[in-house]
Design a protein around this ligand. Structure first.
Ligand code: A2P
Length: 341
């Protein structure tokens, strides 16, 4: 950087993803000269841990951004929609984890293992995709390059941490309440999440698909740069704290065997093949939680179509699904000298 400084803001620093962003910046030794933590007025003055010490949380305001080079936002769509333009106006590059900018044609939607070239055309805001989409496309891209995916049928089993800190607390609280013979109190989800599965993530939208399902469908096409891949999705919230799991059924143009897919995925960036049925080895949320890679297993043929495969794909939704992907985008921007508009 010409000024020799790199000031980074984490917006939403008190939340589940914001805290993980701070940990990730620290763990990857991101070359920031200063890191600042922002949240709402509710948490102004509180502290968040960083590099063995603490950062004092500042209230996010429209005038917060001069002097900041890079802002990693994870404070929800409404906050992002309002504040990101002020950040850009102040010369700051925003990597945004909400859905606010993802489908904006002026904003790239980036997974560094899949479409790193898309950071080249940013105008100040780069969107971080939905967590379920990120882990799926990391596994799909190398297979698509090899045999051209025609159709994807995905069903997800998503952890509560994807909804944020309050949802983590809701699952903990409901488990305690139910074990104590009390009624489960529902504040975040419309129904009890403890010992239950909710086939609704986000609000219902076009054609009775949920918005989470629509995100998976639309974001996959944008990231892969291929509108011809047909995707259908059923997204389900399950009582797991960390780690999203996905059953992914694929139909290809060209033949591809499970052995070929395994070999391709073994070489793919960001993927760890974790697949040995004879040893009962397959990815699980408890395997992926706290890890950076996208784990792929249960790789097998789907013989009901001409060129079909089934996969089971698991990743830590807070890391690769959110904080890590955002920091990787920032690293890519730095490496390409694209940290300014
Ligand atoms: P706060 O703790 O002050 O409410 P999570 O996704 O885990 O629920 O976290 C959401 C994050 O977004 C929190 O850090 C929260 O801060 C922050 N946030 C919510 N609304 C705003 C806002 N209007 N301005 C800044 N940060 C916000």
């Amino acid at each position: 950087m010409s000024t020799g400084k790199l000031v980074v803001a984490v917006v939403g620093a008190t939340g589940a993803v914001g805290r993980e962003m701070l940990k990730t910046l620290e763990a990857r030794d991101f070359p920031a000269t200063q890191v600042r933590a922002f949240a709402s007025s509710r948490s102004a003055g509180s502290t968040v841990p960083f590099k063995g010490g603490e950062l004092v949380v500042e209230e996010l305001q429209e005038q917060s951004f001069p002097g900041i080079d890079l802002a990693l936002f994870s404070a929800g769509g409404t906050t992002s929609k309002h504040f990101a333009p002020f950040a850009v106006k102040a010369g700051c590059v925003v990597v945004d984890n909400s859905s606010a900018w993802r489908m904006d044609p002026k904003c790239p939607l980036v997974v560094p293992e899949v479409n790193p070239h898309d950071v080249d055309w940013h105008n100040g805001i780069i969107a971080n995709p939905n967590c379920s989409t990120i882990q799926m496309v990391v596994a799909l891209k190398p297979l698509h390059d090899a045999a051209t995916i025609k159709r994807v049928v995905v069903s997800t089993y998503q952890a509560v941490s994807g909804t944020g800190q309050k949802a983590i607390e809701e699952l903990e609280r409901q488990v305690r309440q139910l074990f104590n013979g009390q009624e489960a109190e529902c504040k975040v989800y419309p129904y009890q999440i403890a010992f239950n599965c909710l086939p609704q993530i986000d609000v219902f939208s076009e054609g009775d698909y949920t918005f989470e399902e629509i995100k998976m469908i639309k974001e996959t096409a944008k990231i892969m740069g291929d509108e011809s891949i047909k995707v259908t999705a059923t997204t389900v919230r399950v009582p797991v704290f960390y780690g999203h799991s996905e059953s992914v059924n694929l139909e290809f143009e060209k033949p591809i065997t499970p052995a070929e897919a395994r070999a391709i995925l073994s070489q793919a960036p960001g993927v760890q093949v974790y697949d040995n049925p004879s040893e009962k080895m397959y990815p699980m949320a408890i395997v992926a939680a706290g890890e950076d890679e996208v784990f792929v297993g249960r790789i097998r043929a789907d013989n009901t179509v001409e060129n079909g495969l089934n996969l089971w794909v698991v990743a830590d939704n807070i890391r690769k699904g959110a904080a890590l992907n955002a920091v990787q985008i920032a690293e890519l921007l730095l490496a390409k000298g694209k940290l300014h508009v």
